[in-house]
Design a protein around this ligand. Structure first.
Ligand code: ADP
Ligand code: ZN
Length: 631
């Protein structure tokens, strides 16, 4: 152990100066400035901000303003190296301690910490609870504790990590060190649990709007499985990075294979793959420009890749919380991105069936049923998706103009008669056949479609046989989904359909049923023309004044800058975006700075990056010989 113990002195006296010098950003976003001042002054904070909102600066800057080392608790040890590498690029000295390191390296990091050489130290929660890290930290000087992904403390949430419960001890051992908990999960229940479990009762809350204006939300009925996804990617984001979520390992493999066959580079990612393969896949996703990962939910938390252009769900997510967090991984850089989903009736039936047959407590079943119902309601809404989503998190909004239902409002027609036909078929089956049937047979009956099953049950003799021939099978499936979404129909044992109290109101004519007419592919055409640019408070930050579309010269330059960035990143074994974000390259391409001073005015270029890359960029711009812009 080292005898000398030092506290790292404050690196900056002023937050705005630090923001400009280190990160190259001209101004704070949202309430970042307030959080930074609050924590730098030694007070506790709970920060709820959507993914991409800019949470990291909320603890990185106070750490630079205070004496000592900022300790960041994060569950994601696989990503610590990337975080440390990225911070080294802006000139911060950081390190991590986790079980993946050699004993010698751990000793070295401990020494650096005790000598006060580190701006930030990353730790996994289990390290703090069980490992020797507590003693180490007590010997040195901690400037603040940042608890990232703080929703992991919530036992009813979707990412529970038991080790997080042990973090309450920080309050006891370091009563005078400020603690800041951060998450992108916004439900009131999770928020309350964070405050209570982490002993942050006295902390000030900072709750941002959860809107992500640059993400276009789109949900379509599944018609063609994998080829529907291929079409979407080809049409809207060819050659770009994206994440596709599927619910089973087998499906991730199948979709990854189909995408690859269609010339879209894609890899599967799930818990059944060995650790080395998963690490390699994650590393390639971060480093390569246009790779698509097809993953189970095990992928993505804490992945800071800012240029993910789309997140696609090929199965119905289990909850709106999970869906929102996953889609939030798109477009963290504030540039237009898409959250796309295709789902079908079978998803609903299957998931309801799974809940029904699961072994959990009644309370648990009710909770997951409620979560699934909210997800289904979002899928089937005829209103703005964003209004629905934000409403779920307790936020009110007006129709957004950047979701499928806003861009091409679904036609709503009176579906009461169709609903009555369907429901009375179910009731008749129950009475005359003594049991419930699945959606397939009910729809066959309505359409008068004779199959082996309908013949063996003699369904032809039912009075509703063939009454619904005006609708094709897909339309009937849509009717079933929408009735399920509104609770006017329920799923019984073995994925059968059964009626509810509301069903009777519909059958009696006491309740109208507006149905959305499925307009196929409507969103595709609309989203090209109707993209909403991010709001001033949105994630576009300082580059919001630049044109969204580059002219020909600028876009040629942008492509050249991307090539330079690719080579530079590769040589340094870094992800491309760690060198510069797309938005920074775009700004360079438009402004075409000729001196280091001009270059330093570009958002995303701080002192360290100016030193490292400034001359290369200026040389590249000169060699391109483009005429100076006259704007
Ligand atoms: P979160 O952790 O909330 O998902 P990050 O901290 O990763 O978000 O920030 C998202 C992106 O926004 C990052 O690329 C970050 O560099 C950028 N960013 C954060 N704050 C600002 C700011 N004040 N001005 C410009 N860009 C910012
Ligand atoms: Zn909308």
């Amino acid at each position: 152990m080292v005898a000398v113990v030092n506290a790292r002195p404050p690196r900056f006296a002023d937050a705005l100066v630090a923001l400009r010098e280190v990160f190259g950003y001209g101004s704070f976003r949202g309430f970042q400035a307030e959080v930074v001042a609050h924590v730098a002054a030694g007070s506790d904070a709970v920060v709820l901000m959507p993914t991409g909102g800019g949470k990291s600066l909320c603890y990185q800057l106070p750490a630079l303003l205070r004496e000592g080392t900022g300790v960041v608790v994060s569950p994601l040890i696989a990503l610590m190296q990337d975080q440390v590498d990225a911070l080294a690029q802006v000139g911060l000295k950081t390190a991590f301690l986790n079980s993946s390191q050699s004993w010698e390296r751990q000793q070295e990091v401990e020494r650096e910490f005790l000598l006060g050489e580190l701006d930030l130290l990353y730790l996994a929660p289990e390290r703090l609870i069980t490992g020797g890290a507590k003693e180490l930290l007590q010997q040195g000087h901690v400037s603040l504790f940042a608890i990232d992904e703080a929703h992991c403390v919530s036992q009813w949430g979707h990412d529970f990590r038991p080790d997080y419960l042990g973090l309450a001890v920080l309050a006891e051992l370091w009563p005078n060190v400020p603690r800041i908990a951060l998450t992108a999960t916004a439900t009131a229940a999770t928020h309350a649990e964070i405050r209570q479990q982490l002993r942050l009762e006295g902390a000030r809350d900072f709750v941002a709007s959860f809107d992500r204006p640059n993400i276009c939300y789109r949900i379509e009925p599944r018609q063609a499985g994998a080829s529907q996804l291929v079409d979407f990617i080809r049409r809207e984001h060819p050659g770009r990075a994206g994440i596709v979520y599927a619910l089973s390992r087998a499906r991730t493999e199948k979709y990854a294979e189909t995408l690859s066959q269609h010339g879209i580079p894609a890899l599967p990612y799930h818990a059944g793959l060995d650790a080395a393969t998963r690490r390699e896949t994650q590393a390639r996703f971060l480093r390569e420009d246009g790779l698509v990962i097809v993953a189970t939910i095990a992928f993505g938390m804490g992945i800071d890749k800012p240029d993910v252009r789309f997140v696609a769900h090929v199965d119905l997510p289990k909850s709106v919380e999970g869906y929102y967090q996953e889609t939030g991984r798109a477009g963290r850089d504030g540039e237009p991105a898409t959250a796309w989903m295709a789902y079908g009736l079978s998803d609903v039936m299957q998931q309801r069936g799974l809940i029904e047959s699961s072994a959990g407590s009644l309370e648990r079943k009710r909770l997951v049923t409620r979560q699934l119902d909210a997800m289904l309601a979002l899928c089937e809404t005829v209103g703005c998706r964003r209004v629905d989503l934000l409403g779920y998190f307790g936020e009110s909004a007006t129709p957004c103009g950047n979701c499928d239902t806003c861009l091409a409002p679904p036609q709503v027609s009176d579906g009461t008669r169709a609903a009555q036909m369907l429901l009375s078929t179910i009731v008749r089956l129950e009475r005359e056949r003594g049991q419930h049937f699945g959606a397939g047979q009910v729809i066959d009956i309505l359409r008068g479609h004779s199959t082996e099953k309908t013949r063996s049950w003699r369904h032809e003799s039912l009075t509703t046989w063939g009454l619904g021939q005006d609708f094709n099978e897909a339309a009937w499936r849509a009717v079933v989904r929408q009735l399920l979404a509104r609770g006017e129909l329920a799923v019984g044992p073995h994925s059968t359909l059964t009626v509810t109290g509301l069903s009777w109101e519909v059958m009696r004519g006491d309740r109208e049923v507006p149905l959305r007419a499925e307009v196929l592919r409507r969103a595709a055409a609309a989203s090209v023309s109707g993209r909403r640019s991010p709001t001033p408070a949105g994630a576009a930050g300082a580059v919001q004044d630049l044109p969204a579309e580059l002219d020909d010269t600028a876009s040629a330059l942008f492509e050249q800058l991307r090539v330079w960035r690719g080579a530079t990143a590769k040589a340094a074994s870094l992800p491309a975006y760690v060198v510069f974000h797309d938005s920074t390259l775009r700004a360079i391409a438009v402004v075409r700075p000729r001196t280091r001073a001009e270059l330093s005015g570009i958002p995303g270029i701080g002192a360290a990056k100016l030193d490292r890359y400034g001359d290369q960029i200026i040389a590249l711009l000169e060699s391109c010989g483009v005429p100076e812009s006259d704007g």
